[in-house]
Design a protein around this ligand. Structure first.
Ligand code: SD4
Length: 316
């Protein structure tokens, strides 16, 4: 039976391989997506997700995560949650509830604590130093808060045909206390319907939310578009609209997977993503915008060197 998984950014490759193994062994799409995202959350050198994530302007790491089951449409989310190692696991647990399934701030943290999730100080020494340097730099140069970011988003399809989508992020570095992006919002950061497919987003949440882009992609796939067509047609015209209204638009990258395991991607920046499936060994690709279409090519040695120089992380 067909299985498949897609995830955002090179940092998710190891997690994707773990998820692939589970899917090959006929485990559920939910377990696979959670494993994939937990792997990224637990790695201290990724500065935009989980442990080691960069803090907000007050020096506190506040995380957002979302989880959606494509069979039941059950959703759970947390936002501005603190001191929790695996925010996506808390979101998954919340998705089992009929009400109170999206918790923010202290309520989210309290829920995690009461339900036995691993609590830990998420601010690593490295992230704290980066925050201190940034505060200094801003004082000296009057810089605006840095908007670098990389959410892990993923969609999985298991051998029973069930699909799940999920996200996890520490959001924008130097964001305001309490700022929440698209990642925990269904429809914007993620969406999935097992009878059609799923999608997830990464980039500037404030712009992604303006278009409910994950829902838009699933909707287009439901009308018969391929995942690639759905991604292209959801993103590029929308970017043009935002440019007309605001003069500029933030970085936005989208991934999609349909119920047959076909994938699609669209982006307005250079964007690495990972894919695996019944007929696809785990592979990292790079996508770039090309007019109103997306150019996709394999992750090259040059890319790998650049990535490793930035993060000091070996490929395996
Ligand atoms: C946010 N969308 O908080 C997230 C950040 C992100 O890739 O995706 N980065 O707006």
């Amino acid at each position: 039976m067909t299985w498949a998984a897609i995830s955002t950014w090179r940092m998710s490759f190891k997690g994707l391989k773990k998820a692939s193994k589970l899917l090959q062994e006929q485990q559920s799409a939910g377990d696979a997506v959670e494993q994939l995202i937990n792997d990224v959350e637990s790695f201290p050198d990724y500065h935009s997700v989980g442990y080691g994530g960069l803090p907000n302007e007050e020096g506190v790491v506040q995380m957002d995560a979302g989880y959606m089951d494509g069979d039941t449409f059950a959703q759970g989310s947390v936002a501005a949650i603190e001191n929790v190692k695996n925010a996506v696991s808390v979101a998954r647990k919340l998705s089992e509830r009929k009400t109170n399934s999206f918790l923010v701030g202290q309520g989210a943290t309290k829920f995690a604590m009461q339900n036995g999730f691993t609590m830990t100080n998420m601010l690593t020494k490295k992230a704290k130093t980066q925050w201190e340097d940034r505060i200094q730099a801003e004082k000296q140069e009057n810089l605006v808060p840095y908007d670098g970011h990389d959410t892990v988003g993923a969609v999985t399809l298991d051998q029973k045909g069930s699909m799940v989508a999920a996200t996890s992020t520490s959001g924008l570095f130097m964001k305001e206390n309490g700022r929440i992006g698209d990642s925990p919002l269904s429809g914007s950061g993620f969406y999935v319907d097992s009878s059609i497919g799923g999608a997830a987003a990464t980039g500037l949440g404030e712009d992604i939310m303006k278009g409910c882009l994950s829902y838009e992609i699933v909707n287009k796939m439901g009308e018969g578009k391929s995942p690639q067509q759905a991604c292209d047609e959801s993103l590029y015209p929308f970017i043009n609209k935002l440019k007309e209204k605001y003069g500029s638009v933030g970085a936005i990258s989208l991934i999609a997977l349909d119920q047959n395991g076909n994938f699609g991607v669209a982006t307005n920046v250079q964007f690495a993503f990972c894919v695996a499936g019944t007929n696809q060994t785990p592979t990292i690709f790079v996508a770039e915008p090309e007019g109103n279409k997306t150019h996709i090519f394999p992750f090259t040695q040059k890319w790998l060197e650049k990535f490793e120089a930035e993060t000091h992380i070996p490929l395996d």
